[in-house]
Design a protein around this ligand. Structure first.
Ligand code: GNR
Ligand code: NI
Length: 180
């Protein structure tokens, strides 16, 4: 039997990806700029969004799923329906300072205060490769800076003291051992 149809068939295959955990050395890679925003990149963006929403988190950088490309997704809305995509993001202006308590999907269970710029202007490409520029402050500004850090091989714990870093590393390694 044949199922009648008109128009194209869209098959949506998204995938949950595994998030790397600190101190995995793969989180230290400096991600490469995306040369062309094609369907492969859009597929990556969709997988990243699915992974971020499932976690759940308010942001995700491709490097966290072991793809060293300059791709970030963010959704800071309470309704979880305001996905923002940043391909090759760059901070073009920043001013002020603010302290936020941060967490990271790659550093599960650890939260600490980090000082960052209060206000940033970011330029990036959207999912069609079209450039845009936006201004961010508050949690949004902190989140964008946190994600751009990831693209440069940096994790939020790098902003903390050496003592805190070594405690965090031990705690995570212990958690991973117990999880085996
Ligand atoms: O889910 C996340 N929450 C968060 C809270 C405060 C500051 C930054 C973040 S980002 C984090 C998701 C993540 O790890 N992105 O890389
Ligand atoms: Ni993070």
């Amino acid at each position: 039997m044949e199922i009648p149809r008109s128009g194209p068939i869209y098959i949506c295959i998204m995938a949950l990806r595994t998030i790397l955990h600190y101190p995995d050395p793969r989180l230290r890679q400096v991600a490469k700029p995306v040369p062309v925003v094609d369907d492969t990149v859009r597929q990556l963006v969709d997988d990243m969004a699915e992974t971020m929403y499932a976690a759940p988190g308010i942001g995700l950088a491709a490097i966290q799923i072991d793809i060293p490309m300059r791709v970030v997704v963010i959704d800071i809305s309470e309704t979880r329906d305001q996905l923002q995509i940043f391909i090759n993001p760059e901070i073009t202006r920043q001013d002020g300072k603010q302290v936020f308590e941060e967490g990271c999907l790659s550093v599960p269970g650890i939260y600490d205060e980090v000082e960052r710029a209060r206000h940033v202007r970011v330029k990036a490409l959207d999912r069609h490769g079209v450039p845009f520029e936006i201004e961010a402050d508050g949690l949004f500004a902190t989140c964008i800076q946190h994600e751009i850090d990831h693209l440069n091989g940096k994790v939020f714990v790098d902003h903390l003291s050496r003592l805190k870093q070594s405690r965090i590393r031990k705690k995570i390694e212990k958690q991973e051992r117990l999880a085996m």
